[in-house]
Design a protein around this ligand. Sequence first.
Ligand code: ADP
Ligand code: ZN
Ligand code: ZN
Length: 723
Amino acid sequence: MTQPRTARIALNRPLRRLFDYSIPDDLELTPGQRVKVPFGRQILTGLVVETGVQPPEGIALKPVQAALEPWPALPDGTFRLLTWASDYYQHPLGECLFTALPPALRRGRPAALKPDEQWQTAANDAALPANAHRQIALFNTIKTAPGITTSALVQSGYSRAQIRSLEQKELIQQSITTNVQPLIPEAALPAPVLSDAQQKAAGDLPENTQQFSASLLFGITGSGKTELYLHYLKTRLQHDEQALVLVPEINLTPQTVARFRRYFGNRIQVWHSALNDGERLSTWLKIRNGEPVILIGTRSAVLLPFTHLRTIIVDEEHDSSYKQGEGFRYSGRDVAVYRAHLNQCPVILGSATPSLESWHNASQGKYNLARLEQRAGNAKPPELTLLDIRSRPLEAGLARPALTAIKETLDRGEQALVFVNRRGFAPVMMCFDCGHMEECPRCDTRLTYHRRDRAMRCHHCDFQTAASHTCPKCKSENFKPVGQGTERTEETLAEHFPDTPIVRVDRDSTQRKGSIQAILKKVNSGEPCILVGTQMLAKGHDFPNVTLVTVVNADGGLFSVDFRAPEQMVQTLLQVSGRAGRGDKPGKVLIQTCHSDHPLLNALCQGNYPAIADQLLAERESGLLPPFRAMAILRAEADTMQNSLQLLDSLKPMASTPGVEVWGPLPAVIARKADRHRAQLILVSDHRKQLNRLLTYLCQYLDQTKLPSNTKWMVDVDPQETG
Ligand code: ADP
Ligand code: ZN
Ligand code: ZN
């Protein structure tokens, strides 16, 4: 029997179902291919999931209108990866598949680059009025760089209208287009020379790039993990192969990209949220065409349609930004491991503070473990000290010994870093007469005071209001900021050290394009300065002249309800400590705390992460928590808490099956966010497959059930936040 000419199509919609169409006689389709299909009154872009499916009886299928290209936009390996991820994370297949396409292709645009026009001058001089400054400047730019492209001109600040105007005046004309730049196969630098310790660790990484292996590279901060990655790729990757290097936040570490470029020239391509649609399409096409790209990218890069992928590296694999927080809630790291498995290639997870999941896998022998426990060059690990701040006078959160240490550091011509875990001026405004604290009207949270723009802001929704001098409740003038934010610390330090540049690094100060580059340039000049910032400062930076790190308050994670909080606290503190003493001079770290006898903080000061990880894992095991069991959260949000809880209550009997434990439902820690009331049901099981089956069943049920209006539900598999 011949197969029916039908195609099952996924659409970019949050729908847990696919749609069947007939295939016209003159069309051949394969899974992963983009098509145009009629849907209601619209024509939508779809992706072929399957062909030859028996159509339901008695229903006349509409035909697929056209294929957008004759080849599958998602090749087999990528298609299978996304199908797996859709099932594992319980997210609709259509939305998962479309995540792997650049925005232009999601919208049904052609999978080809518009050729960029190139320009040259058509006259010797610009016959323009003297006050047409921009046009004259544009003319001169083109004159000095004939062949310059429209996009390069737009990037340097000229408008398309200005270019058109010069063309109309016949002052410039298009030159012959060469268009695509070929990739230079390999740049000048040979593999880096490794230290003995690095060489030993390199020896523990797998040689064979043609079979699956997962390795954890545990390398303390400043041990030169990047050199190891470079060495691995230089010595193992063939000239025609592709590699993927996942990093947490590329915008923060332009240095890393520059380092890779020195060894691999323009085989290095980048993938991150700040790219525009054209740049995305261009990089996507290179990857899909199998060019020998080494892609440095954030989370979503792991979903791209590589065809010759032979190595995956996940740097800072513990970083929580690898887990997507909304929609398709996948973990870039975990998908990377599965991709390596599907693709039969090595994956290397690197970190100074490995996630407990990876540490556990290494202890169990599921991952190879490569250890690198010496700093590179002459650098020594920093020395960590706890500074008890109970009953010590503080100046905007800093104790005397900390201020003295900062002064000594600056006097020696070195740089100091001050870590504050909150942006803004102060986390609370409080009335010292009536006790009133300013809260967000839409969330169960306090408002953060931002002094610079005299605003009170909610960091959980977009609420913002003008700050007031007096208590809104009792009109007392005794209404004051309480606690520390980066702005406040910056201000105090500026008073203490009026002649020293102070550089603040947080989400507010780095919003503008290029601001982080300017900041890094300043720090890398090596001049004495004080860096003040949030965890943005903890991630991967290499500042050789920073010799002192002060942590304003380490106590945040000690008593949280979230079972991951201690792990995350230790990771952040060790990472930020790791910024000290990376060059030739020794580094010191002062950790201010009200709990200087806390065992975790004391263990931290020994700098022995493996011991801490083992201890935390023992606690997880006795608490029957991940990574010893699989976990998923079903969240509900509605206009009232009652509706949220009711929905989850109705699921509880269905979820309570043998082998699955159900906790809750309970209101979330921030029960109300942006006026939505949130509750959760936690499911844990010894058997991941069983949990997965149960979730599939619950999602199907929820999908087909009519819910009260405005009630929403979502599933989070392997949740990072359980509050
Ligand atoms: P990590 O990522 O492990 O924290 P990096 O890769 O940033 O560490 O390396 C820390 C510093 O040590 C960098 O300045 C790097 O250039 C330097 N370094 C690394 N390996 C070597 C080596 N083999 N010889 C000399 N310097 C090195
Ligand atoms: Zn008051
Ligand atoms: Zn709010």
